[in-house]
Ligand binder design. Sequence first.
Ligand SMILES: Nc1nc2c(c(=O)[nH]1)N=C([C@H](O)[C@H](O)COP(=O)(O)OP(=O)(O)OP(=O)(O)O)CN2
Ligand SMILES: [Zn+2]
Length: 118
Amino acid sequence: MKIFKSYTFEAAHFLPNMPEGHPCRRIHGHSWKMELHFDGELVMPYEWVIDFNEIDEVAMPIWKILDHNFLNEVEGLENPTSEVISMWVWNKIKTSLPALYKVVIFETPEAGTEYFGD
Ligand SMILES: Nc1nc2c(c(=O)[nH]1)N=C([C@H](O)[C@H](O)COP(=O)(O)OP(=O)(O)OP(=O)(O)O)CN2
Ligand SMILES: [Zn+2]
């Protein structure tokens, strides 16, 4: 059984490795979406995989780092592509919630990354 929770956050970034004059090298902002997907058996007698509230307890401290922040100043996000952010989120969550099987980052409604931990 697969379950997920999603979180939106507002954050600014720029991509420092892009060439001079490239629009992504200028500071700009997005309404990002982070999805956390889990895979596991139903736990009885609750008949759920993980309590959504337990996911929140792990995810919210991470969300607080990201929301209304300048991502380039966050340790590990010096080059904050969607790919880097999805790996960063995975590494922060996987130990606490081992059933994590996919992190999805939407940089815009049309573009983003899926990361499965390898
Ligand atoms: N593989 C990646 N490509 C790009 C990333 C990224 O993280 N991974 N990031 C960017 C920029 O940050 C850009 O802000 C977002 O990309 P884009 O989809 O091009 O967004 P736009 O709104 O500018 O695109 P439209 O053409 O208006 O749809 C670029 N590439
Ligand atoms: Zn961007």
